[in-house]
Design a protein around this ligand. Sequence first.
Ligand SMILES: [Mg+2]
Ligand SMILES: [Zn+2]
Length: 289
Amino acid sequence: MLEAHSSYHPCAFCLALKKACLCRNIDAVTGNVRVCTGANDSSLCNRMMSEKTDTPILFLDFDGTISERDAVDLILENYAAPAWLEREEAWRTGHIGSRECLRTQIDLVRAMPDELNDLLDTIRVDEGLLPLLETCAAHNVPVHIISDGFDRCIQRLLARASPPKLATLLRRVRVFSSHLEFAGQARWRTSFSFFPQTCGHNCATCKPALMQALNERNAPTIFVGDGLSDKYAAACADLVFAKKSLANYCRENSVPYIPYDTLHDVAAYLATLLRSNSNLQRRAIRDCA
Ligand SMILES: [Mg+2]
Ligand SMILES: [Zn+2]
């Protein structure tokens, strides 16, 4: 995915980062790849730079947080050889990072694109996504989806779940995820663009690195997640909403969090917080390592 970087001029935002250009990302609704075209681009990159510093940034996990079921787990349960469970256990116990875990698990999948699509079409999106994005839009809070999961799954679920109002709001949302493509003969290939250079955790998509890179203005950060792959993000966010295994992890590791069941809960909490005009309390220590 990074091969295009040498052939175009990054915008000021990407230049400031001096990292892989983050403007090359996927439109959540159309699935088209958006590429920033330079310093005069009136794209999201410039808009992000002009936001007020005390306006928080919302980072959302996708699988199990926006989607009601984890798309990757569902694919593996239905179409992978049983050895995928051993890889899962190796990741869960910290022996391998999520990048190696996902790459080797997807190597075990045998399915045709139609089979994968039919399976993805059984997964629903949390209906609280609409009020959550409405609240964020009303208060100019930027929203990013950061996911270890796959672009193909995210695009399909969001496109199918999009009433016109949600589709419009999703146009403001940037998606950073792993990449999945059909390799022929029922096999699938993965690649990991954020970030290809090794992070300390060997993530598929390094959430803390993205949260830092997308927050040049040092704005307060809010993270919403559900799983173990969110633990590094939760450790460095100023405000964490957690459920399921992420809530367990936060509890066991003394990471402060707000429990939630659906994104309706998150939307309601944030609406009150943002209306109150009080700045989000910064965490004294951020553990983004
Ligand atoms: Mg998740
Ligand atoms: Zn990482």
